[in-house]
Design a protein around this ligand. Structure first.
Ligand SMILES: Nc1ncnc2c1ncn2[C@@H]1O[C@H](COP(=O)(O)OP(=O)(O)O)[C@@H](O)[C@H]1O
Ligand SMILES: [Mg+2]
Length: 370
């Protein structure tokens, strides 16, 4: 901003700051006493109040931790600090809280800098923390998935060839007259070689990348998975549907999407079957989402499928690792189910996320439409 635009304390020419309205971060100009001189459109939306009722207010009322802010503003306005950062909680319109905050609050990273030293005007910028963390986590999982995918594909190929030889040799031994203990050993080699072969095949399938695209009906996918899971786990497991029937068909690989949804729903069913949940229930919920950002790209329209269960929740030690290959918290698990689901969603430009607490675990699969 040029010096000619510097605002006198107490008022600002709002038209000079119209460009702030194009920012996604929340911006306010305040005087040294903490009185609001201007807010941008993103901050209006975050607080759920129009600009005219925000200008003139003491902005400390917008925050849960007002005391820490008071000192910060004073020091920046007095020129003691050129700029400063603080993690604070902003009162938000009721019902818009993000995970990890109390209803009506959201955590934001706030930075304050001297906007006009002469008049003591301070520029405040805030970015929602949940969003930053989510993007960062998604980016990390994506990078890791790519690196792991390559490593595992190569390793699987290396293991597959000698495995055939080992199994063949053990079978040759079994054709000879052997002492019972030795025959038992040869049989063990064949069995374990078969198990390893199946694992290697699953690893390779996880990282096979091509899609067979056709029109897909998400509800047909859900119903198919539901039938499979009910057949496997029996009538004790209740699988409820909460479908938004206005969801349109979309282009995707039906077979792979069935696999992704099945892996997530089976996990939920297994978590319920293992624990002592009195009334085990899985809910399949579909919704249309508007204006979503997925993997750094903005989409006007997307489909969301939530798989919710009332089981014990993802074990604390597994939280950060559930999408990693071979990470399993389950006896007899391969740790490939969610890796595969993640890879399939990625091929559809979508995402898969896990949220929740014991008694309400939610996996959300999101697929962009436009
Ligand atoms: N709905 C769920 N409730 C509790 N834990 C879960 C749930 N879904 C996944 N998990 C955890 O994530 C782990 C990884 O899942 P997955 O990749 O499918 O591998 P696997 O099922 O072979 O262990 C599981 O072992 C389990 O610990
Ligand atoms: Mg699984």
């Amino acid at each position: 901003m040029s010096g000619t635009r510097a605002a006198p304390a107490g008022s600002v020419d709002a038209s000079a700051f119209a460009v702030f309205d194009h920012l996604t971060t929340l911006v306010a100009l305040v005087d040294g006493g903490g009185r609001c001189l201007h807010v941008n459109a993103a901050l209006e939306a975050a607080l759920g109040l129009p600009r005219r009722s925000l200008v003139g207010e003491d902005i400390r009322h917008w925050f849960v931790d007002a005391a820490a802010l008071h000192e910060l503003f004073t020091r920046v306005a007095n020129g003691e600090l050129a700029s400063s950062r603080l993690l604070v909680r902003l009162h938000a319109p009721v019902g818009s809280a993000s995970a990890g905050t109390t209803a009506g609050e959201r955590s934001v990273q706030l930075s304050a800098s001297a906007f006009d030293a002469a008049s003591g005007v301070v520029l405040i910028e805030m970015s929602p923390l949940g969003l930053q963390l989510r993007d960062e986590r998604e980016r990390r999982v994506q990078e890791l998935a790519q690196a792991n995918g390559e490593l595992l594909r190569n390793l699987a190929h290396e293991v597959r060839n000698p495995l055939g030889g080992i199994r063949g040799a053990a079978q040759l031994l079994l054709m000879e007259p052997l002492a019972p203990a030795l025959a038992e050993c040869a049989q063990l080699i064949v069995r374990e070689a078969d198990r390893l072969h199946a694992l290697v095949d699953r690893l390779l399938a996880t990282h096979r990348g091509t899609l067979q695209v056709s029109d897909v009906n998400l509800h047909e996918v859900c119903e198919h998975v539901r039938a499979l899971v009910v057949a496997e786990f029996g009538p004790a497991l209740v699988v409820e549907r909460d479908y938004d029937t206005s969801i349109p068909e979309f282009r995707g690989d039906r077979g792979q999407l069935v696999q992704a949804v099945l892996n997530v729903v089976r996990n939920a069913a297994q978590a319920l079957a293992a624990g002592a949940t009195p009334q085990p229930c899985v809910v399949l919920r579909t919704r249309v989402r508007r204006q979503v950002t997925l993997r750094g790209r903005r989409h006007r329209l997307a489909l969301a499928l939530q798989v919710q269960d009332n089981g014990p929740g993802v074990p604390e030690t597994m939280r950060e690792r559930i999408f990693h290959p071979l990470a399993s918290g389950r006896e007899g698990g391969t740790g490939l189910g969610l890796t595969l689901a993640h890879a399939i969603l990625q091929r559809h430009q979508g995402t898969i996320e896990c949220d929740g607490a014991p008694g309400c675990t939610v996996f959300t699969l999101t697929i962009p439409l436009t």
